[in-house]
Ligand binder design. Structure first.
Ligand SMILES: Cc1cc2nc3c(=O)[nH]c(=O)nc-3n(C[C@H](O)[C@H](O)[C@H](O)COP(=O)(O)O)c2cc1C
Length: 365
């Protein structure tokens, strides 16, 4: 067991072209405190500034388009107002010595007609309704609406939306982007055979189901350079409801990781197990996934201090991302370094509301 001063968790590193001060990443955390135009307020500037001692902040999931939105009060990265608001966030993080990438999000079928322009159906690889919950502007949680299957000819438009969002993230001063291909949203709906029943070149065998995510990531890498693009995957996550897994998670995700490895990306970021559940790494060989990818690897899901120290020291991960602990411990890195107690996050203020439970968790005295 290493002492904190020896632990590689607290040493600097290069993740692609991004130099990080330590190996503790802040996991992406939706907090639903933007306005209904997807524009952040000054609260978000303070929230991210307080957490800038993370080696790398991965922003909350950020909508690439109006169509990509599935939850009320989530931020976007496709209009000038959204970019200007994010610019204040990235400036504050950089002034505090931190690094921040933007998580690019399209929810696919996890949306609701009330969140779509003109009340149209959300889009998905196939017209299969999710048995999940999305958060609406006025009626609280509801089941996502029945989606419509994307036409093959629309795929190019979707890729253009990702490209536009990637350009906006550059204008907003981020250090890079993370393509959200996890947690049963659009890209993962294409990857899994349970949610993709297409008969065109984007459905069927794993080579076809991986095609759209790879095309999106390639387009985003053209904007940023691959060494500033990461990808998040969650091979055995079921979202919060009963979203089915792929019929062959290891076969599917090992293939995908190998293809992603050829792109020279900054990192692969994995939710190991059921999100927020046990770290279920026993059910899926994440070491093999890392090996198939061959590049830098960020591990996440229910890590504690010792697990994180061990994961970096034994080469399982290059960084470890913490989610819930960062909500209630803005100075998480310092607390881990000192082995200080961690404050518990209040679930009632995870989503929505104002400053309470957002920017009022104190740092150590
Ligand atoms: C309030 C909350 C919001 C989250 N929002 C996102 C998100 O926007 N994007 C994402 O990929 N994962 C999201 N997650 C999942 C976390 O990034 C992370 O995978 C999960 O919390 C497990 O890590 P932890 O045990 O360190 O909290 C969210 C989790 C929580 C608790």
């Amino acid at each position: 067991m290493s002492t904190p001063s020896q632990a590689q968790l607290f040493a600097n590193a290069s993740i692609g072209a991004i130099d990080v001060a330590n190996r503790v990443a802040m996991a992406p955390l939706t907090r639903s405190r933007a306005d209904m135009d997807g524009v952040h307020s000054e609260l978000a500037v303070e929230y991210y500034r307080q957490r800038a001692s993370a080696g790398l902040i991965i922003s909350e999931a950020t909508n690439i388009s109006r169509e990509g939105r599935g939850y009320a009060f989530t931020p976007g990265i496709y209009t000038a107002e959204q970019v200007a608001a994010w610019r204040r966030v990235t400036d504050a993080v950089h002034a505090a010595g931190g690094k921040i990438v933007c998580q690019l999000w399209h929810v696919g079928r996890m949306s609701h007609v009330s969140l779509q322009a003109n009340g149209v159906a959300p889009v998905a690889p196939s017209a299969i309704q999710a048995n999940e919950q999305v958060f609406l502007e006025s009626e609280g949680f509801d089941r996502p609406s029945m989606p419509r299957a994307l036409e093959t000819a629309e795929i190019g438009r979707l890729i253009a939306d990702y490209r536009h969002a990637a350009e906006c993230a550059k204008d907003a001063g981020f250090d890079g982007v993370e393509v959200h291909a996890a947690n049963c949203y659009l890209l993962e709906q294409f990857i899994r055979d349970s949610t993709n029943q297409r008969s065109d070149e984007y459905g069927g065998p794993v080579q076809n189901r991986s095609r759209f995510p790879i095309e999106v990531i390639t387009a985003v890498a053209e904007v940023w350079g691959a060494e500033r693009v990461g990808v998040r995957l969650s091979p055995i996550t079921r979202a919060v409801g009963d979203t089915p897994l792929d019929s062959d998670p290891e076969g599917t995700y090992f293939y995908l990781a190998e293809q992603l490895g050829k792109l020279g990306l900054a990192y692969l970021h994995c939710v190991e197990g059921q999100t927020r559940g046990d770290n279920g790494a026993g059910d899926f060989d994440f070491k093999k996934l890392h090996a198939a990818f061959g590049g830098k690897y960020i591990a996440n899901n229910s890590y504690d201090r010792q697990m994180a120290i061990d994961a970096v020291d034994n080469g399982h991960a290059d960084m470890v991302a913490f989610g819930r602990p960062f909500i209630s411990n803005p100075d998480l890195v310092e607390r881990l370094r000192r082995s200080a107690p961690l404050a518990e996050a209040d679930r009632n203020t995870f989503y929505g509301g104002g400053a309470g439970g957002y920017i009022d968790y104190p740092a150590l005295g």
